[in-house]
Design a protein around this ligand. Structure first.
Ligand SMILES: O=C(O)CCC(=O)C(=O)O
Ligand SMILES: [Fe+2]
Length: 780
């Protein structure tokens, strides 16, 4: 077992080194005003047997707890989380998620948690992001570590060990606790932090425990880089050192304090669709020389949720000072009442939109949320706990920056895995005058148990009256006409019957066919678009072109959606030409939404793009792409763009189509590979697409886990159990291309979900691609 106890104080609270007294196995000195961290590292064998058994089922486990009491942070411990208990977990095997052991232990340690088993109560974390993250997440608001303190006293301390008991009791006052285990190191690290206060300096060590004591304060060693923190102070290893060793060092820090603040409140009246308002005291990014964006990370217990469809509308977002919904855990059932769900809730990452004119004045952003129906209760109201979000600037650091080997590194916080590995987080301090509880307690209207009798009697009465009315109407028709009677109905009777039938027929058929037959879009005239983005011939460009005959061959990968692989789409000369004309024009790429608006976000798309001039060679390529699509009416090739990716650059998963709601849109895409240099990675991945073709020839062009091209019966389209593998990654093969149609041909304006794709990060070398997009009428 190893202990590391670090005191971190402001410069003005320093103590004289000579005032420290180091004896055999202890250190003492004057009281210190400091933040204290106590880290205990245990080998697996040092834990109680039931914990060892549990950890054998686990590949990775990270528990993070943050206090709802507002507190300042200092030095290396600036990272923030929404208050409560966060658990991130990867099992050894998929079946281990059914085991209730983890939840049982969590309940034993932390108290009354709503945790049944990972399969039921945890949510899945994304695996398509760039940083490493665990597979599952669980969260529950938890105000204090009182239960853990008693648990530790019972299970970790021998009966006469007063120091251990004191430590266990002090856990109840900690402001943050981390527990990390992974099956590679086989070690458990427990780190507790106490906020800045007067601390007693009197520590004894155990004979077989290595105990290091650090008393540190901020400093700036020479050559301190912007992503580093510098510290100076005294280190002592109890039992080894007879006097403290002075140190001065710098280490990379993933988290920093942004020196600005925010507060969070719910707008009144709350209703069933409450709005969370964040008030931020400054719109200035913490660093002017790197690209930074402001985010709020929310962990919403299942009684409250965000609607991803509502947060997908750019105009709506902008009216709330939000830029984009960057992540929401899936699935979030928008309809289910709280009591019909087992999973803990959902996490949401939103990018906020600070005022365009930067300044020190406060501004607000509003997050629309929705409450679920809760179980009926006495008095007609229930109370729920919603933690304040964590709010931080995410800034890209310089290429090559690494955040490893830091003695105080903190990862696996839920949001860090959603950003690239070079991201530096600058945290805003939560809190507002006189308010120290970082939890919102909100009152939710529920069915009043004292009034349920009225509601059930009333509902029964309304249903019975309605039913009696329908029976009466049907019976009166029967009495008047008689069953099978030959007497023809009069004109006015016919009209009445018809009205009666129509009254019920329409809503009933609509209800029964909901979700089955999507509406066809009407044929609308072409909307106003920016024609300069289309490759439209004008004036002297219309002279007939002499293009060399097509030399490509095609291979169909899928018919629905239509996905065609094209070999030799570009000749060597064309590739060289495209590269030559692009090179001087490359600039950082933007993300385009439906051709209307552009924005830059290196987290989503990190590459350089060039809108290339329409030289004769380019116009021949445009014409080739156009004729490939059968000369459909109302279809234009968009101005061609090349894009270049260097190491770690990428384009996150996306659809090329924004919306087809108006009957017009980006109907098809070609991804053409122009040039690669010494490339590793950088494939174009379609995670929802399935390859139906055989390995030969496909494994030449797409990634196959186990290609054996000499063996025609080798099949990389199925798993060992015969289940088809979903996901196709095209390798970047210069000269070749993949073409796909973005919309379903059924006239409903719906896009193909299977066309969701990404330019995976280039691990080494460079890749130059060419986008050929076609814009036009969805069905012609
Ligand atoms: O570079 C790639 O592999 C994909 C690029 C892409 O999807 C795009 O530019 O829309
Ligand atoms: Fe794309």
């Amino acid at each position: 077992m190893r202990h590391r106890i670090t005191f971190f104080h402001r410069n003005e609270h320093g103590i004289e080194p000579s005032s420290l007294e180091i004896r055999d196995r202890s250190i003492s000195g004057p009281d210190l005003v400091a933040v204290r961290e106590h880290r205990v590292t245990l080998a697996l064998e040092e834990l109680p047997a039931e914990l060892q058994e549990l950890l054998h089922e686990i590949h990775e486990l990270h528990i993070r707890w943050s206090s709802p009491q507002a507190h300042d942070t200092l030095g290396p411990w600036t990272s923030r989380l929404p208050p409560g208990l966060h658990t991130f977990y990867t099992p050894q095997t998929a079946s281990a998620t059914d085991s209730v052991r983890l939840c049982t232990q969590l309940r034993a340690a932390f108290g009354d948690l709503d945790c049944l088993s990972p399969a039921e109560s945890f949510t899945k974390l994304p695996t398509d992001r760039f940083s490493h993250s665990t597979a599952f997440q669980y969260f529950q608001p938890l105000d204090a570590l009182t239960n853990l303190s008693t648990y530790a006293e019972q299970y970790a301390c021998n009966s006469g060990d007063l120091d251990c008991k004191k430590w266990a009791q002090e856990l109840g006052n900690a402001v943050s606790l981390d527990l990390s285990y992974d099956a590679i190191s086989h070690a458990v690290k427990i780190t507790a932090i106490w906020s800045e206060q007067r601390q007693q300096l009197l520590i004894d060590s155990y004979p077989d425990h290595r105990t290091e004591i650090g008393i540190l304060t901020p400093d700036s060693p020479p050559h301190l880089e912007s992503h580093e923190l510098g510290v100076t102070g005294l280190l002592t290893v109890l039992g080894e050192d007879t006097k403290p060793s002075p140190v001065l060092f710098a280490f990379p820090s993933r988290h920093k304090d942004a020196s600005s603040t925010f507060s969070s409140s719910f707008l009144r009246p709350l209703g069933l669709h409450p709005t969370l308002q964040l008030r931020i005291n400054s719109g200035n990014p913490p660093s002017q020389d790197s690209s930074c964006s402001l985010h709020a990370y929310l962990t919403l217990p299942r009684s409250i949720f965000a609607d991803k469809y509502q947060l997908g509308d750019e105009l709506f977002l902008s009216s709330k000072n939000l830029s984009a919904l960057r992540y929401i855990s899936q699935p979030v059932d928008l309809e289910a009442p709280d009591y019909a769900m087992n999973s803990w809730g959902s996490s949401v990452l939103l990018e906020l939109q600070p005022p365009s004119i930067q300044g020190e004045s406060p501004w607000t952003a509003e997050i629309p949320l929705h409450l679920r129906y809760l179980s009926p209760g006495e008095g007609g109201y229930s109370s729920i706990n919603v933690p304040w979000p964590a709010v931080f600037w995410a800034c890209n650091t310089e290429e090559g920056t690494k955040f490893v080997n830091s003695p105080f590194d903190r990862a696996n916080l839920g949001y860090d895995g959603l950003f690239g590995p070079r991201t530096l987080f600058w945290h805003l301090t939560p809190g507002s005058e006189g308010k120290s509880d970082l939890n919102h307690q909100i009152r939710v209207p529920v069915l009043d148990l004292n009034k349920t009798q009225w509601v059930s009697t009333g509902t029964t009465a309304v249903v019975l009256v309605g039913f009696a009315y329908i029976v009466f109407k049907l019976a009166s028709v029967y009495w008047r006409r008689g069953y099978g009677s030959q007497k023809p109905a009069t004109k006015s009777e016919k009209k009445k019957h018809l009205a009666f039938v129509l009254l019920f027929y329409d809503p009933v058929t609509k209800y029964l066919t909901a979700g089955q037959e999507p509406q066809l879009l009407p044929r609308t005239p072409r909307p106003q678009i920016n024609e300069s983005l289309l490759a439209i011939d004008a004036g002297n460009e219309t002279a007939p072109l002499s293009c060399s005959p097509d030399a490509y061959s095609v291979h169909i990968l899928s018919k629905a959606p239509l996905v065609v692989y094209i070999e030799n789409f570009l000749s060597l000369d064309e590739r060289e030409h495209l590269f030559q004309i692009s090179e001087p024009l490359f600039e950082p790429s933007t993300i385009t939404n439906d051709g209307d608006k552009t924005q830059h976000n290196a987290l989503v798309r990190d590459s350089e793009v060039a809108l290339i001039p329409r030289t004769d060679v380019v116009r021949c390529i445009e014409e080739r792409a156009r004729s490939f699509q059968g000369w459909r009416d109302d279809l234009w090739i968009e101005r061609l763009r090349t894009q270049r990716y260097g190491p770690s650059q990428h384009y996150t998963h996306h659809f090329d189509w924004g919306s087809g709601a108006r009957g017009w849109g980006r109907v098809s895409s070609f991804m053409v590979w122009v040039k690669t240099h010494d490339i590793e990675g950088g494939g174009t991945e379609f995670p929802r697409l399935q390859r139906n073709g055989p390995d030969q020839p496909w494994c030449r062009w797409v990634e196959c886990p186990d290609p054996d091209l000499a063996n025609p019966s080798n099949d990389n389209t199925k798993k060992e159990d015969g289940e088809p593998i979903t996901g196709v990654t095209f390798k970047a093969v210069p000269g070749n291309a993949v073409f796909w149609e973005n919309f379903r041909p059924d006239g409903t304006g719906r896009g193909w979900e299977e066309t969701w794709h990404a330019g995976l990060p280039v691990r080494k070398g460079t890749k130059v691609g060419l986008n050929v997009w076609s814009w036009g009428r969805l069905t012609s």
